[in-house]
Design a protein around this ligand. Structure first.
Ligand code: FES
Length: 217
């Protein structure tokens, strides 16, 4: 892949982890994982390309952070940026502020903490505590605890995903529905169970799903 960034800079992707910015003068600068050594004119492009090349778990819902939220995040970063081991702390606080970790917030954290964006993304996807999508107006939790699982809750989850066109941990583009898989919610006698916000539905079969979703449409 080679893209022209401007008349003087070409961006050349060698593979997923290595890339080079080639300046017209013939200078070639490699970087790996970090864009900090890169020419500033190329950085935004590189960040965008890397995010776009990541697995698409990141929400496509437009980011709607407020200046107040950004101020809070900047203060958190300023208080922790001298110690890279505080990355998790910063990400937890960022999630408190925004409710999830959209890509714009991940970029702010990566730049503020001076760590590769891939690292922030890697931590966000590795730990279940971090959400990459906002919760929808109606958050659907499907129990995958043992009692529900043996009674077919995976098929319930599959049907919901198919009906809404999103996967677990994602939110529909209109912000209406989000889906989560969860552990036992204490209603095993009704297995398999799902919840839509606080409404509990039990003894489900996949054919029940369209009717339930229609109540919230
Ligand atoms: S295992 Fe699903 S409610 Fe207990």
């Amino acid at each position: 892949m080679c893209d022209i960034i401007n008349t003087n800079v070409y961006f050349y992707i060698e593979n997923e982890l290595n890339a080079a910015v080639i300046i017209k003068s013939g200078k070639k600068r490699y970087f790996r994982y970090s864009v900090s050594a890169c020419e500033s004119s190329a950085r935004a492009f590189i960040i965008e390309w890397r995010i776009n090349s990541m697995k698409k778990k990141i929400s496509s819902i437009p980011f709607s952070g407020t200046p107040e939220q950004e101020e809070k995040l900047k203060a958190v970063i300023a208080a922790n940026c001298d110690d890279k081991s505080k990355l998790m702390t910063v990400m937890q606080e960022a999630q408190e502020i925004y409710g999830y970790l959209p890509r714009e917030v991940q970029v702010m954290i990566a730049e503020g903490m001076d760590v590769p964006l891939e690292k922030v993304y890697g931590v966000a996807t590795f730990y279940a505590q971090f959400a990459l999508s906002p919760k929808g107006k109606y958050n659907i939790s499907v129990c995958l605890g043992t009692a529900c699982y043996v009674k077919g809750s995976q098929k319930i989850l599959d049907k919901i995903e198919e009906s809404l066109g999103i996967e677990a941990d994602e939110c529909t583009s209109d912000g209406k529905f989000s889906i989560q898989a969860c552990r036992c919610i204490g209603a095993c006698g009704l297995a398999p169970v799902m919840m839509v916000n606080d409404d509990v539905y039990g003894r489900l079969v996949p054919d029940d799903i369209p009717g339930i979703l229609a109540k919230y449409a």
